[in-house]
Design a protein around this ligand. Sequence first.
Ligand code: CUA
Length: 338
Amino acid sequence: MPFKLVAMLLAGGALAASAGESIQTPSVFAPVSTPADEIRDLAWLVIGITGAIFVVVEALLLVAILRYRRRRDDDGREPAQVYASGPIEMAWTIVPVIIVVVLFLVTTRSIATLQKDSAPPGWLQVTLVGHQWWWEFRYPEYGITTANELHVPTSGPGEGRPTFLTLHSADVIHSFWIPQLAGKTDLVPNRENHMWIEPREPGLFVGQCAEYCGTQHANMLIRVIAHPPEEFEAWVQSQQRDAVDDPEAHAGRDRFLSTACVNCHRVAGTRANGSFGPDLTHLMSRATIGAGVLANDRENLIAWVEDPDHFKPGALMPAMGLSDPDVERVVDYLVTLQ
Ligand code: CUA
């Protein structure tokens, strides 16, 4: 776990530096969302109770070791033995039972808060599909599909629109985890899971796949961007538009549309209509490519299109074997997809 967090920080830090944005440490102890608050509070309570038990048990152990240790003048006889003390038996039965009941009740209360089987009225609904090794985000109510960067509005208890997530997987088990927003929830093939988030501050929150899902599991990063409600509406409108059709990029567009790219990628308003890979309609509205492995700029796009496997060994996107001028032309088109 520490390794994963360190890797996450390094990845987040590297991208932050390239994109010039600040990233908060993805710590469960710095929640900014109601489900994450609940988990943090429960964690501290459990740590407090179990910590107190640890201290008491270790203290008794130390006393026993020091006070009843073998001494030089021991005569070798056992001390007087005490059997079946009613009050002591009662105490060490009843006290643990009470502790367990308390932990059971507070955990049950937290689970009741965290689990919702359907979206309450008015909530934003997003469907997540886990793929090897990227995230697909669909907004059914707006007809938007995007990848790896989840945009949601800010909200607070009783105000704004919290986001209700429906989780699916296209292949193997993945797990969606943004420590500051909510606990992890698995994306399981042939099963529908749910979770919800309610970021109360605008900003960028990072996380990553938390269930080993193959060679590129560690490069299945998540970025959640929380916007004030008006800004979120503007983002929705920009995403609902068809792809920009820049006449200057027609050569690249035609080359793109003549390759097998179109079998896996969609660009709304063109005949590229694949759904196996990320939707590219608004590719340049995303800060990263390859689910967070590279900053999304022209130079990196060229390197990525030339050889995805170099950055993500095992990536299911093949190197298309285009000539250098063709790669440049295709990328000249891709960078117009704002
Ligand atoms: Cu997806 Cu690990």
